[in-house]
Design a binder for this molecule. Structure first.
Ligand code: NAD
Length: 492
């Protein structure tokens, strides 16, 4: 068991307050992964100062050279993938197959952004005047303040860090208190790859350092992933300083199952979409909206599969679903099970916490399915972030789309159908940032934009080249080589 400090300016630094917190395995709370520094405002000050001091030299390093460091980092992540995946499973509970995927996402993003070291394309366009040249280039913004959740403990930090770094920004990142280790592992790989001290700084802890970072006068760009409630606070903290503010927040994603769907495929998708990561994905398929003519058949097969899922410690390769992240999250799930029952939703399976035998020392809960839900019920509208899926019967594609769009979130949706007309109609009509055909609501790749509409996002996108827009400013440059004053819009 190790004690970790903040990582500031390439050094381990104790919390200014002297306070620490424990990081325990949510599948077995007897297992202590480490003791971490409890961050507060002075720690954020020190980290921002280190990032500010590192900015001029990092910005001046040619982007392809920054890309080479990222490329080496990706190679290290490949080599250490298994070790980092195990750490991630131990700190947040999802099964090893999924944490391997989490590290793989970080690898994909790091290679992708390494390549952007030789791209970062701007425009060159003809001028309306003779002997005049014009182009646009990206500039870094400065110190980027990054705030991450715990459900993708290495992937999400990488989605924010790598685009920020390739553009020449320096970074202060505040991981979620449940998963500080995976962010420190990512920084270890970057440092091993040759990242200069102070270019990335990690301050661990909870809401206080997060809020300090979001409001800090010397942090002109903030990228946040987490709940809509916290995102609103971050947005408000950024607004008065006109900061770049990128928010990825909650979801209530939907799978539409049409009367002509391949039902076996739809059930596979609903099980993976609903119970993967114990339902704790922003893109989790927490609603299935099913045509009445196949509703009974679909729900019966879905419930059988949900009931058969093996729940346990994610390090056991036979386990299919891990625990919830912490006690508060399990209590939230238990609260929603009660809400669903009180609202008159039909509990088809699950509904109980698992607290005995192999589940005694973890935050486990049964995979749970509510049936016959009305679209207006809270369990069918609000983000639960646990292994609870609400099934809503509908009579037509139009009704399915209306129910799908009726929530306050707009991250991901999918349709199961063999009818190309239905697929294209739903693709056009669903007001979400991500849409799938004959696949569940999860499965995003790093080279397409990622993000959502309504209460899920604020108009920006993560991943792909769109991520570069969050962490850069455009500069438009005009070079007049006519030797005379030429007036745009006035001279012929
Ligand atoms: P959270 O909002 O509780 O915390 C997110 C981060 O914000 C943590 O690091 C936390 O310490 C920090 N924080 C807390 N208070 C803060 C404040 N006042 N100012 C600044 N930072 C503060 O969310 P969580 O429980 O870690 O994650 C779950 C949520 O994240 C879910 O709602 C989920 O949908 C969402 N999420 C969204 C995406 C997406 O891409 N849309 C991805 C993953 C998770």
């Amino acid at each position: 068991m190790r004690t970790y400090g903040h990582r500031i300016g390439g050094q381990w630094v104790k919390a200014a307050s002297g306070q620490t917190f424990e990081n325990r395995n949510p599948a077995d709370t007897a297992e202590l992964l480490g003791v971490f520094a409890q961050g507060s405002a002075p720690d954020v000050e020190a980290a921002v100062a280190a990032a500010r001091d590192a900015f001029p030299a990092w910005r001046a390093l040619p982007a392809p050279k920054r890309g080479e460091i990222l490329y080496r980092c990706a190679e290290i992540l490949v080599r250490r993938k298994e070790e980092f995946a195990r750490d991630a499973t131990r700190e947040m509970g999802k099964v090893l197959a999924e944490t391997r995927g989490d590290v793989q996402e970080a690898i994909d993003m790091t290679y992708y952004m390494a390549g952007e070291g030789r791209r970062q394309f701007g425009q060159t366009t003809p001028s309306e005047l003779p002997n005049k040249f014009q182009m646009s280039v990206r500039m870094p913004v400065g110190v980027a303040g990054l705030i991450a959740p715990w459900n993708f403990p290495m992937a999400i930090p990488s989605w924010k860090m790598m685009p920020a770094l390739i553009l020449g920004n320096t970074v202060v990142i505040k991981p979620a208190p449940d998963t500080p280790l995976s962010t420190l592992n990512l920084l270890e790989a970057l440092e091993e790859a040759g990242l200069p001290p102070g270019v990335v700084n990690v301050v661990t802890g909870g809401g206080e350092p997060g809020a300090t970072l979001a409001a800090h006068a010397e942090v002109p760009v903030v990228s946040f992933t987490g709940s809509t409630q916290t995102g609103r606070k971050v947005s408000e903290a950024c607004a008065s300083r006109f900061k770049h503010c990128h928010l990825e927040m909650g979801g209530k994603n939907v799978i539409l199952v049409m009367e002509d769907a391949d039902l076996d495929l739809a059930v596979d998708g609903a099980v993976w979409g609903g119970f993967g990561t114990t339902g704790q994905r922003c893109t989790a398929a927490s609603r299935v909206v099913v045509h009445k003519s196949v509703y009974a058949k679909f729900t019966q097969a879905f419930v059988e599969r949900a009931r058969a899922l093996r729940v346990g410690n994610g390090l056991d390769e036979k386990v299919q679903m891990g625990p919830l992240i912490n006690q508060a999250q399990r209590e939230k799930v238990e609260g929603y099970v009660k809400v669903g029952r009180d609202e008159g939703a039909k509990l088809l399976t699950g509904g109980q916490p698992l607290k005995t035998g192999p589940h005694e020392r973890g935050y486990f809960h049964e995979p749970t399915v509510f049936g016959d839900c009305a679209a207006t019920m809270r369990v069918a509208r609000e983000e639960i972030f646990g292994p609870v899926v609400s099934a809503v019967p509908v009579g037509s594609l139009e009704e399915a789309i209306a129910v799908g769009n009726s929530v306050d979130y707009g991250l991901s949706a999918s349709i199961y159908t063999r009818d190309v007309n239905k697929a294209f109609t739903a693709m056009r009509e669903m007001y979400t940032g991500i849409f799938y055909v004959n696949a569940p609501t999860i499965g995003a790749e790093t080279h397409l934009p990622f993000g959502g509409t309504k209460n899920t996002g604020n108009g920006h996108r993560e991943a792909c080249t769109q991520a570069l827009d969050v962490f850069s400013e455009w500069k438009s440059i005009y070079i007049d080589y006519s030797g005379a004053l030429q007036r745009a819009q006035i001279d012929d």
